[in-house]
Design a protein around this ligand. Structure first.
Ligand code: PM9
Length: 458
């Protein structure tokens, strides 16, 4: 079957505006060639992110009506706590308004100035909070993850030799925890295997290290394990999710992805002392520990969304295979992109797509802008702009992966939307020589991809 059919039907529709090429040329120029600065209403198909762009189910909308908006002790908190304990298996839960708030609290509590935090590739907000706490991120992902054309089935795996090299260099006392992510976003949504998690746990135990999980896309990762890893074909995604988390000591999570909501996140841990300290921090930065910056109704929708994400395997199969279908359309036309296809997005390889543009002229940024002009589809740069500048040298990081992310919101777009998007991208590929590089006209000091502005070069 080339397209796994949707395990739902559509009950509410949201009209979207069709625009002309001339309109879009003006819009992207006004947005400084940054797709984050476009108005949503000027976008036809929004593949900027899968974060908070999910369509909620009827049961989630109904749950909103059951919000208990008490300042303290909302029943929706207890329901959320029970749900997270059951689905992910951690003992203690602290709600936050989104993932980076949980990262903020965890980084402040665990990282001391001069520490090193190894991870299976960086994520933008995660690394920033590590750095703000005085830490330095250390990349310990396998080399294959940096090669867009390598077909390794678990490109999110750690290279334990890289971890050992860090321990040998700085000693375990300066490593507050290993930061492990599921379906590694910046690598192209690539999964980590259970075998690698076993290895990681053994390494961590040997050196007395904690493992903290970025749990944002664990359900998608579990589907890949079921599909690709020997011995897991007969386990449910729900069982595999629990198994992944069981290798770790706690997690931060953005529920705006797997959790099927528009806002929400949490921190979870098995460590009583860290839990108590996190509750103290959440009160300072988010709100009381039984709402953490969320309304009661938001927690109700989040609990229901988390349950739906693992209720059966039909949803996750449709979700990941829809992404795969989209990638297959691009593969058939020879459009260069990261393989194997990730769980939440297809990542175009902008260096191979636009070999005439040097990385200092931001080919991925330029390609995302051109795709918008051609199609009205909004994508996101994940390359030199997102990577930022090295604190010490002041130079752009020039990451090996210079990507444009076409991210599929959950339960939102149909097969024909994806066929339309693929057709437009193939058109851009056929006339790729006309695309020009960009230079900054405004460069923010942190997370610059969100608000930077550019002009074309030449
Ligand atoms: N991810 C994404 O579009 C939204 C913001 S960055 C453009 O992919 C991971 C793996 C994420 C993530 C957000 C966060 C932060 C943490 N870890 O956005 O604060 O992909 O809920 O989560 C985005 P929040």
């Amino acid at each position: 079957m080339k397209y796994v059919p949707e395990p739902f039907r559509i009950k509410t529709v949201e009209p979207i505006k069709m625009t002309t090429r001339e309109f879009r040329q003006d819009a992207i120029r006004e947005a400084g060639y940054n797709t984050f600065l476009l108005k949503s209403e000027d976008v036809y198909i929004d593949l900027l992110t899968d974060s908070g762009t999910n369509a909620m189910s009827d049961a989630q909308w109904a749950a909103l009506q059951l919000g208990d908006e008490a300042y303290a002790g909302s029943r929706n908190f207890y329901d959320l706590e029970r749900t997270i304990q059951e689905v992910y298996g951690y003992k203690h839960v602290v709600p936050t308004h989104q993932g980076r708030a949980a990262e903020h609290i965890m980084s402040r509590l665990l990282i001391k100035p001069g520490d090193f935090v190894p991870g299976n590739m960086y994520f933008t907000t995660t690394r920033l909070h590590q750095e703000l706490a005085g830490g330095t991120f250390n990349d310990a992902i396998i080399d294959e993850a940096h090669d867009p054309s390598c077909t390794h089935p678990f490109k999110g795996n750690f290279d334990v030799k890289k971890l050992q090299a860090l321990v040998d260099k700085v000693g375990p006392k300066r490593i507050p925890y290993i930061s492990a992510a599921t379906c590694v976003n910046m690598a192209g949504g690539q999964p980590i295997s259970i075998a690698n998690l076993h290895e990681l746990r053994a390494f961590a135990d040997k050196h007395g290290l904690k493992i903290m999980l970025d749990n944002t896309r664990t359900v998608e990762n579990a589907y890949f394990i079921q599909k690709r890893e020997a011995g897991f074909a007969n386990k449910s995604v729900k069982q595999i999710v629990r198994e992944i988390c069981s290798f770790t000591d706690g997690c931060t999570s953005s529920a705006k992805k797997d959790g099927l909501v528009n806002i929400g996140g949490f921190l979870a841990t098995n460590d009583e002392d860290f839990f108590v300290a996190s509750k103290e921090q959440v009160v300072i930065y988010e709100g009381l520990h039984t709402y953490g910056g969320l309304a009661g109704r938001d927690m109700a929708a989040m609990a229901q969304g988390i349950r739906e994400s693992v209720a059966n395997d039909d949803y996750i199969k449709y979700r990941v295979e829809q992404v795969n279908f989209f990638g297959d359309l691009l593969s058939a036309a020879g459009v260069p992109h990261v393989v194997p296809h990730g769980g939440h997005a297809i990542f175009l390889d902008a260096r191979a797509f636009l070999p005439h543009i040097d990385q200092e002229q931001f080919p991925a940024q330029a390609l995302a802008a051109e795709i918008y002009v051609e199609t009205g589809v909004r994508a996101m740069e994940r390359g030199n702009v997102s990577a930022g500048r090295n604190k010490e040298t002041g130079q752009n990081y020039r990451p090996k992966l210079e990507l444009v992310r076409l991210t599929i919101p959950r339960r939102v777009y149909t097969q024909s939307h994806l066929e339309y998007a693929a057709e437009g991208i193939i058109n851009v590929f056929q006339k790729r020589d006309c695309v020009k590089g960009l230079r900054f006209t405004f460069e923010p000091s942190a997370l610059r991809f969100f608000q930077a502005r550019f002009e074309t070069v030449g």
